[in-house]
Design a protein around this ligand. Structure first.
Ligand code: IMP
Length: 423
């Protein structure tokens, strides 16, 4: 049985959490493959909104097992908060949430290093969520990191101490004004580790291999989006992991020839949170309308998201790099009321019209070339089937399918589980 993937095709915040939750009914296992608590996966059902950061979005379904894969970085303090928020729902967490021994740990000093690094960059800062993601992946690739499996060893506190001491020296090297009380942070960390250790740690690559052999249906859940990928995103304004399809192979130990469907999620427009180039960004009333109607505020940091028209050049690039086989279009309802909609179909790049995503998309090099389409006025949020969708929205969808050469299988018309139209 192949492993299906689900990932974001833009700069994150496409609505992966909602769709994983909707699709979990068809899967036995949901396995998160990269990122960490920089993610904020929002799910809404029965009138309650849930935000998950590290825990996979299948957690609310009784029969699904949820796995935090080796490619994920885990902050025990944030993980504990997530677990605490789930307590009132009486989920049998211990039997349905497993953590890879090979996943790396975010230490309190990783978070401080993130803050120090960003502060030292001044205007060039990445706009990081400051959750310690970059420093933790640096320790992973630098072969200094601590893993979940280390917590099962008797000397883990010594390992912790020597890494934290090194981090403290590095923080002072940055020579920036970062106020912190490490003793307090460590007290929280050790308490959270104790709780984390009550969960089941597994060799997740072996678990997934056996599950596959038994015919279990597995969905790999990505975080962030393709344009934040460490290799293929808008470097250096990216996150520190491979958010693209290949990241699912390394982040779970699933071989490339075991990947089935690749489900790519995009918003009907574009958003970005944090710094970095964004060719179709709007600085006018249209952008404000999208932000307001789409409630575009970061689920992790609360920062307002930058908004702009759909960038088809970037979307095509993401579809190709990921080998997307099915698309899901989110937030079509947010565009209701725009008389005209613009879609960026090419870039004017250094005076030349190009249709591929170039090395450098800074505004001094790239100006978007737009195609205009008629908008729709209808409120989509109560629609339940594809035959109710307005003609102009179907035209928009047809245009995208033709350009992207991949079918759009789901149109989301609101944040709730039920506001999902299958085509
Ligand atoms: P970091 O991964 O927290 O270091 O952040 C690096 C960049 O990725 C920043 O621009 C963040 O705003 C962005 N980013 C990280 N995680 C997410 C996410 O889950 N959604 C959207 N943007 C994100």
């Amino acid at each position: 049985m192949a492993v299906d993937l689900l990932l974001g095709l833009q700069w994150g915040d496409e609505g992966k959490g909602k769709i994983v939750d909707v699709l979990t009914a068809n899967y036995d296992i949901i396995a998160r493959f990269q990122g960490g608590p920089n993610a904020g996966h929002t799910l809404e059902f029965d009138g309650i909104k849930h935000v998950l950061h590290t825990i996979p979005s299948g957690i609310f379904h009784k029969n699904a097992v949820n796995i935090v894969g080796n490619g994920v970085v885990i902050d025990p303090v944030i993980f504990k908060k997530e677990l605490d928020a789930l307590k009132k729902f009486n989920l049998d967490i211990k039997s349905k949430l497993f953590i890879s021994r090979k996943a790396h740990l975010i230490l309190p000093t990783h978070r401080l290093l993130d803050a120090a690094s960003e502060a030292s960059k001044g205007k060039a800062k990445i706009g990081s969520t400051l959750k310690g993601i970059g420093p933790t992946y640096m320790d992973k690739t630098g072969r200094n990191g601590m893993r979940i499996g280390d917590l099962e060893l008797s000397d883990w506190k010594e390992k912790y101490r020597s890494l934290a001491n090194k981090h403290e020296a590095m923080i002072s090297f940055y020579n920036v004004d970062i106020q912190y009380d490490l003793a307090e942070l460590e007290a929280d960390f050790f308490k959270a580790v104790t709780e984390l250790k009550e969960l089941t740690f597994i060799d997740s690559e072996e678990y997934l291999y056996q599950a596959q052999k038994q015919g279990k249906k597995i969905l790999a859940e990505g975080a962030q989006g393709s344009l934040l990928d460490i290799d293929f995103g808008t470097y250096p304004f990216v996150t520190s992991s491979n958010t693209t399809a290949a990241g699912a192979c390394t982040g779970l130990g699933v071989a490339p020839n075991q990947i089935g469907e690749v489900k790519g999620i995009f918003k009907a427009y574009t958003t970005r949170v944090g710094s970095g180039p964004f060719p179709t960004e709007l600085f006018d009333e249209d952008g404000e309308t999208m932000g307001r109607a789409g409630n575009e505020f970061g689920a992790t940091t609360g920062r307002p998201r930058r908004c702009g028209w759909l960038d088809l050049v970037a979307l095509k690039y993401a579809v190709r790099i990921n080998g997307v086989t099915e698309l899901m279009m989110m937030k079509g309802d947010v565009l209701s009321g725009f008389e005209k909609l613009k879609i960026c179909t090419a870039y004017s790049y250094k005076g030349e019209i190009i249709e591929h995503f170039p090395y450098n998309i800074e505004p001094e090099n790239v100006t978007p070339v737009y195609t205009e389409m008629n908008g729709w006025k209808e409120d989509l949020t109560k629609m339940t089937s594809a035959d109710q969708l307005p003609k102009t929205l179907n035209d928009y969808i047809d245009f995208l399918e033709k350009e992207l050469e991949v079918p759009i299988k789901i149109v989301s018309v609101g944040p709730d589980r039920t506001q999902t139209i299958h085509r």
